[in-house]
Design a protein around this ligand. Structure first.
Ligand SMILES: O=C(O)CCC(=O)C(=O)O
Ligand SMILES: [Fe+2]
Length: 284
């Protein structure tokens, strides 16, 4: 898998701190205030975008110990400002500026990856057309009385192509699975950003790099915040291994699938606590 910690990313540390501070201030608002951005329509119908918790699908489903704010950031025309907080006042501008910087980092990483894979430099960048969505997910993990029993986020591989993750500078919690063991990622005290490959990219590059399975553990006395920027492809785009990567001795290992159908499969796996197995389900 490619698990990449970028410390020389060219983003001002002050910008990272501003986004983190704005997120913290938002999550510390009274519930009534946050509910103005709710992900429940009329208080009951779940939609992905907005503020809230897991989508409850079944009675026995295991829920994550977190609340989230999920926003569409790109395409810019697809922003639904009704869900964008107005408190703190700087929130919208901070997110807008941050998204511009992340987009540049995303381009740099995709070009570097294409080079490693001996593809045309823009081959991966070109997988993202003007309809390709970018989502920001703000995660808040409050202190949890029973960290031995409850996870902040269940094991999963990120679904979109690439994730740029801004982590709490003081509190760790993210863990990666490797050969059956969970490994801690330290808190981002030195302003690193963490880059994850997602399932969509794993499929496009035929599993040469894989999307790592990870989870977030809870903490008995400290809250933790993270901000993930997810880069997906156009929902109508058919995802499949890029032809240039295929050889007789290296055939396609994944089925072709529309991005939107893959998303449905992923959501189902996640809510059934099988988030770590989704990649296998896509294999030929
Ligand atoms: O909180 C973290 O460090 C990771 C969050 C995460 O895995 C996600 O939002 O998909
Ligand atoms: Fe994740």
């Amino acid at each position: 898998s490619l698990y990449d910690q970028v410390s020389n990313h060219g983003m001002e540390t002050s910008m990272m701190d501003s986004v983190m501070t704005a997120s913290r201030e938002f999550f510390h608002l009274p519930l009534e205030e946050k509910k103005k951005c709710s992900n429940l329509i009329d208080g009951k119908h779940f939609q992905v975008e907005g503020y809230g918790n897991d989508h409850v699908r079944t009675q026995d489903q295991r829920l994550d110990w977190s609340d989230r704010l999920h926003l569409t950031v790109e395409p810019e025309g697809g922003r639904n400002l009704a869900h964008w907080p107005t408190h703190p006042k700087s929130f919208r501008d901070d997110l807008h500026e941050y998204a511009l910087k992340c987009k540049k980092i995303k381009g740099d990483i995709l070009r570097a990856m294409a080079k490693i894979l001996k593809l045309d430099e823009d081959c991966l960048v070109n997988q993202f057309n003007s309809n390709a969505p970018t989502f920001a997910r703000f995660n808040h993990f409050p202190p949890c009385p029973r960290p031995d029993l409850v996870l902040g986020i269940k094991p999963h591989a990120d679904f979109p192509a690439l994730t740029v993750l801004l982590m709490d500078r003081d509190v760790a919690g993210l863990q990666y699975l490797r050969d059956g063991t969970w490994y801690n990622v330290p808190a981002a005290c030195d302003h690193t950003l963490l880059i994850n490959i997602g399932l969509t990219m794993e499929i496009m590059i035929n599993g040469i790099f894989t999307g790592p399975v990870h989870r977030v553990v809870t903490n008995a006395d400290k809250e933790r915040i993270s901000v993930a920027m997810f880069y997906g492809v156009d929902p109508d785009h058919e995802i499949g291994p890029i032809a240039h990567l295929l050889r007789d001795e290296q055939p396609a290992r994944y089925r072709k699938m529309k991005a939107k159908d893959l998303l449905v499969a992923q959501l189902e796996h996640f809510s059934q606590d099988r988030g770590a197995q989704i990649a296998d389900a896509c294999k030929i």
